[in-house]
Design a protein. Structure first.
Length: 263
């Protein structure tokens, strides 16, 4: 049985379907794992989430989803001012438009996300999380690290059991072996042994005009395949996220928000 793992989709539904066709995905004999961030930024978040819901119902034992930071922002949307503001600058609007075109609301899907998109997936030869990992046992890592962290993977300090991640868009799939040095870019269309330690990031920035990448694992070997993006969203989030967090950490802002929540 093959296991096909797909990186961040971000509403790039057409590219996702094209990628499944390219790898000749067979729903009855293959397993499929999506690393999260199905929504936001791209044009078809509604179609992507509805496909995932349908597929999870049809193939509950061979189709798995990991919760990404964008799904987590939907879950947490009413809990913190910084989360609400950051979500607005990293693609919430695209999802709102996508759902509204179909007369639907994203908030209706929060219970389904909580039930069907766990924070990690553990397999016999590897594990999957959305963003990064520090301790080999996923349960010993914080939610923020597993779902939201951008810096830990590139530090290349994790040398535990091989973990497949997304979240940080890179030009090419990259293996971080835990040595502290630079990551090693991986080649497409080459069947080779799956490393036994470190992390492999397969987010190749589809929604930013890059590629949507799949890793195909079978019998301890892996191969990479991709499709080119048909969309190009300009990523300006990094210009604002830091300022939003600093603003929301000001005592006067925290006090105002606390007062608002208690009223």
């Amino acid at each position: 049985m093959r296991t096909i793992i797909v990186g961040d989709i971000h509403g790039c539904y057409r590219e996702f379907i094209s990628l499944l066709k390219k790898v000749r995905y067979r729903s009855r004999t293959d397993r499929l794992i999506l690393l999260g961030d199905l929504m936001d930024r791209g044009p078809k978040s509604y179609e992507m989430l509805r496909w995932a819901m349908h597929w999870k119902k049809k193939y509950p034992d061979t189709f798995f989803l990991i919760r990404g930071n964008h799904e987590q922002m939907l879950v947490e949307q009413s809990k913190a001012l910084d989360t609400r503001l950051i979500w607005r600058v990293v693609g919430k609007g695209a999802s709102l438009r996508s759902f509204r075109r179909h007369g639907d609301k994203m908030t209706r899907y929060i219970p389904w996300i909580l039930k069907n998109m766990p924070i990690y997936h553990i397999d016999e030869g590897f594990r999957c999380v959305h963003a990064s990992i520090e301790r080999e046992n996923p349960e010993e890592n914080s939610l923020g690290l597993l779902v939201k962290d951008h810096s830990q993977a590139r530090k290349n300090l994790y040398g535990g059991k091989i973990t497949i991640i997304g979240h940080t868009p890179l030009p090419e799939p990259t293996h971080y072996d835990g040595s502290g040095g630079p990551g090693i870019e991986l080649d497409y269309h080459v069947r080779q042994p799956l490393p036994d330690h470190g992390t492999i990031c397969i987010d190749t920035g589809c929604v930013f005009g890059g590629k949507l990448t799949a890793m195909i694992i079978r019998d301890g070997m892996y191969e990479l395949e991709s499709v080119e993006s048909g969309v190009h969203v300009v990523n300006k989030a990094h210009q604002y996220v830091g300022y939003i967090r600093k603003f929301c950490s000001l005592p006067v802002v925290r006090e105002f928000c606390s007062g608002s929540e208690s009223r």
